[in-house]
Design a protein around this ligand. Structure first.
Ligand code: FMN
Length: 513
């Protein structure tokens, strides 16, 4: 009897380890031989810990399971009888069925510690094809797919790779940004813990495409399980000839090292990450030069997010056109969206670009967990805009969100009910920036502190009209004068709160443009 209980952080946080231990104990006591696999999660976090059982029809899901449920569950599984936690065939669960899983196709299915399982599910086909292609042809595929960086800015990946490929000879680097500092995001972690070989494969393809032999994956220290999973996968890939010299007996070589950050949000900003990788304090570098020209240790460097690299194996496995066929406008392919905050059904939902915010929050997320009305949704991490219900028709698309002064970012969607105080949220944005600023530029370092003080005055009713003018002015200075997007984008949550929820700042409600 083959069973599955996830071992990713999301499942562990709600007791998956205890459930797994109880299951093994009870099965042993009943002399029931079971093969327990510990994959990543499917991303239906309200059902975790979720137990799946292999049957000839497919996997059957049960959840959320506690240790106390294990005896009756085993009875039901052995007898084939009903059970209140039975969710039916996993693949038929509507929340899962409605998705287009290209990046998360294997997450929750394969054993992340087994390279054989990865290969048995189509893994390494993209790399094997890439090894037979020229650098230009690989990059052409990435361009054709329309893939844009999934870390936040949405920069075209193929263009970035082409710049590094054309940057002459000599040492080049591939850096995978796994700092995942955005509030409400967890897709990178899920992939590192649930399908680490795919990230390795994507980075290796990038290395071959641009002529880099060395890669780093920069993981935040708050992710110990991801560090362990990635380190183990890198070791396994080396042992089996998928990393190191002569990858798959070819003339190409590529290796990866895991580097662990120390918990600063700014170290997710690419130039700070480079400083940190070089062993220095994470402060922002002025651009130009771009990292593609002068990056890690002064050498041409590709920096991409975990999800960007993870999209590449599918694209190289003949999927460039299929990838480009999904999505809307200039946002091609799928976006792994992370639903969190005060939401009934929180989790990972991968879907083609174009789905509206309202569909995600109301239909897929099921509204708030508290049962109260949704008042605001912050999309794109701590630097993303707060959108009111009136903007729920916004489709998930880089340009559509930007047109409404928001951003898709890394795809975090955090829901708030009607008890939220948006003036406090605006203050929090400034406070967060003050706390996380690297201090190198004045608009970010000083502006955020003055910003928090100014919001305090507005909240206290101290000359609100004059102080709102100061706040708007300060936001303008931060937006145009900051060295990087931390100071540059902090005005987004602040001004969106002010624009869409003026009543929380003691102003009369405004009509939406
Ligand atoms: N990109 C990430 O991939 N992960 C992060 O945690 C992350 N944090 C960031 C924090 C700040 C303050 C800023 C300004 C940017 C951050 N970025 C982050 C974006 C990176 O600077 C960079 O654009 C990205 O890693 C490039 O990869 P992509 O093109 O695949 O998105």
């Amino acid at each position: 009897l083959r069973m599955f209980i996830p071992r990713d952080s999301g499942a562990l946080a709600v007791g998956a380890e205890e459930v797994a231990a109880t299951l093994l104990d009870q099965a042993h006591a009943r002399q029931l031989p079971i093969d327990l696999v510990r994959p990543g999660s499917r991303g239906l976090y309200w059902l975790e810990p979720m137990l799946e059982v292999d049957t000839p029809e497919g996997r059957i899901a049960y959840g959320p399971v506690t240790s106390a449920d294990v005896p009756t569950l085993l009875d039901a599984i052995v007898s084939g009888g009903p059970h209140p936690l039975r969710q039916g065939l996993t693949e038929e669960i509507p929340w899962l069925k409605r998705q287009t899983r290209l990046t998360f196709a294997r997450c929750g299915i394969v054993d992340p510690r087994s390279i054989d399982d990865y290969r048995a599910h189509g893994g390494y086909r993209g790399l094997e094809r890439a090894l037979k292609m020229s650098s230009d042809a690989i990059i052409d595929d990435v361009v054709k797919s329309g893939l844009r960086g999934r870390g936040g800015a949405g920069f075209p990946t193929g263009t970035k790779w082409r710049t590094v490929a054309q940057a002459g000879r000599g040492q080049k680097y591939i850096c995978c940004n796994a700092d995942e500092g955005d509030s409400g995001t967890f897709a990178d972690r899920m992939l590192m813990e649930g399908d680490p070989f795919m990230i390795i494969e994507g980075m290796t393809i990038a290395g071959i495409a641009v002529g880099a032999t060395k890669g780093y994956i920069y993981i935040r220290s708050e992710y110990p399980h991801a560090v362990e999973a990635m380190s183990a996968a890198i070791e396994a890939a080396r042992r089996t000839g998928y990393l190191g010299e002569h990858i798959c007996h070819s003339t190409d070589s590529f290796d990866i090292e895991v580097r662990v950050g120390a918990g600063a949000y700014i170290c997710g900003e690419e130039t700070s990450m480079l400083e940190s990788l070089e062993g220095k304090r994470g402060t922002v570098r002025a651009k130009p030069p771009l990292p593609a020209h002068k990056g890690l240790f002064g050498r041409p460097t590709v920096i991409n997010n975990v999800l960007t690299f993870s999209a590449v194996p599918y694209i190289l496995d003949g999927g460039a056109q299929a990838y480009a066929d999904c999505g809307m406008g200039k946002s091609r392919g799928t976006k792994p969206i992370q639903l969190g905050g005060n939401i009934k059904h929180g989790g990972l939902f991968e879907v083609a670009f174009g789905i509206t915010l309202g569909e995600l929050v109301d239909e897929i997320g099921g509204g708030t967990l508290s049962g109260r009305p949704v008042r605001a949704v912050q999309v794109g991490g701590p630097l993303g805009a707060y959108f009111p219900r009136a903007l729920f028709d916004t489709p998930f698309d880089y340009e559509a969100f930007a047109a409404r002064s928001g951003m898709v970012g890394h795809g975090g969607v955090v829901v708030f009910d009607d008890t939220v105080d948006m003036a406090k949220q605006a203050r929090f944005a400034m406070e967060f920036c003050a706390h996380e600023s690297c201090g190198k530029c004045t608009p970010c370092r000083i502006g955020s502190t003055r910003g928090a003080e100014t919001v305090d005055k507005i909240i206290a009713g101290d000359r609100p009209a004059a102080n709102i003018a100061v706040l708007e002015d300060l936001c303008n200075t931060m937006k145009f004068g900051s060295l990087c997007a931390l100071g540059g984008l902090t005005p987004i949550p602040v001004l969106s709160a002010l624009t869409h929820f003026p009543e929380d700042f003691g102003l009369a409600p405004r009509r939406l443009q």
